[in-house]
Design a protein around this ligand. Structure first.
Ligand SMILES: [Zn+2]
Length: 274
């Protein structure tokens, strides 16, 4: 089945992974800006990273027939440095008109600190002012429930940002409902260790339905599985779900969410670009 991975950090992956993705049915990826595994020392390092995401990575993906889209921001981990964060935020507008950019992300919270909230709020405001979509990282494990509540509070106060233009990522059983009820899109991350397995994701689909829900691998430089989405497809088939239901989650929903961005130009497989 053709699918889209709406959250994967390809800059951390080798070129062979693009080949594996293409072979497993992946036709497009969206890559949020994130932590690099170390704190960057200057805004210039982020400018280079944004060039990598908007210039180099789409070309590397295209060699394998995978369309590459991305998101720009300073992530929650590095947002602890407020002065550096504001320098990075000032850089973002000059990259926003690049053709593969879908919006601002992945912004959010990591340890739910005051500085993180400040920078999350400022980047959500930038997105609202610029009419950009938002992709939100929710914290891990013990910080997830409180952090998700804090994120939803900030977003609800940002009345210039329609809730359907925001994707709340890494949702789990205890956070998917409040995010959906607030009117946002949600994504479940299929990770080998933490976050969510294909079986848990299928359980959540069975409870909450497929509307405004998608799945991703969040493959990055750590322990992760870039071809996790086909494993979710296999789990859904094993349970007897029909192909249309599965396709809604792994293909149609990412397209619907991304299509709210005026720059989004997606060419389905077999269609001539133009
Ligand atoms: Zn990520």
């Amino acid at each position: 089945m053709d699918y889209i991975d709406p959250h994967i950090h390809m800059v951390s992956r080798v070129t062979d992974d693009y080949e594996r993705l293409a072979r497993s049915g992946c036709v497009a990826v969206s890559e949020p800006a994130f932590w690099a595994g170390f704190d960057r020392g200057s805004a210039a390092a982020f400018a280079d990273y944004f060039r990598q995401l908007t210039e180099y990575e789409p070309r590397r993906a295209a060699q394998f027939g995978v369309q590459h889209f991305c998101w720009l921001c300073i992530n929650a981990k590095e947002a602890e440095n407020v002065a550096l964060s504001r320098e990075v935020i000032a850089l973002i507008p000059q990259f926003l008109d690049r053709p593969n950019v879908l919006g601002i992300g992945e912004i959010g919270l990591n340890k739910n600190t005051r500085n993180e909230v400040t920078i999350f709020t400022e980047q959500a405001a930038l997105a609202a002012d610029a009419g950009e979509l938002v992709l939100v990282h929710t914290p891990h494990l013990e910080d997830k429930y409180l952090g998700t509540r804090m994120i939803l509070d900030v977003l609800s106060r940002n009345t210039a940002m329609p809730p359907e233009r925001v994707l709340i990522d890494h949702v789990e059983e205890h956070t998917i409902r409040p995010a959906l009820e607030a009117g946002h899109w949600c994504a479940m991350t299929l990770y080998p260790v933490t976050k969510c397995t294909p079986a848990r994701a299928a359980d959540m689909i069975e409870v909450h339905g497929v509307e405004r829900v998608m799945v991703n691998s969040a493959g990055d430089w750590g322990v992760s599985d870039p071809t996790a989405v086909p494993k979710f497809v296999a789990e859904m088939r094993r349970r007897g779900h029909d192909e249309e239901t599965i396709r809604t989650v792994v293909y149609d929903n990412p397209v619907r969410f991304f299509a709210q961005c005026g720059r989004f130009r997606f060419t389905p497989r077999g269609v001539q670009p133009g």
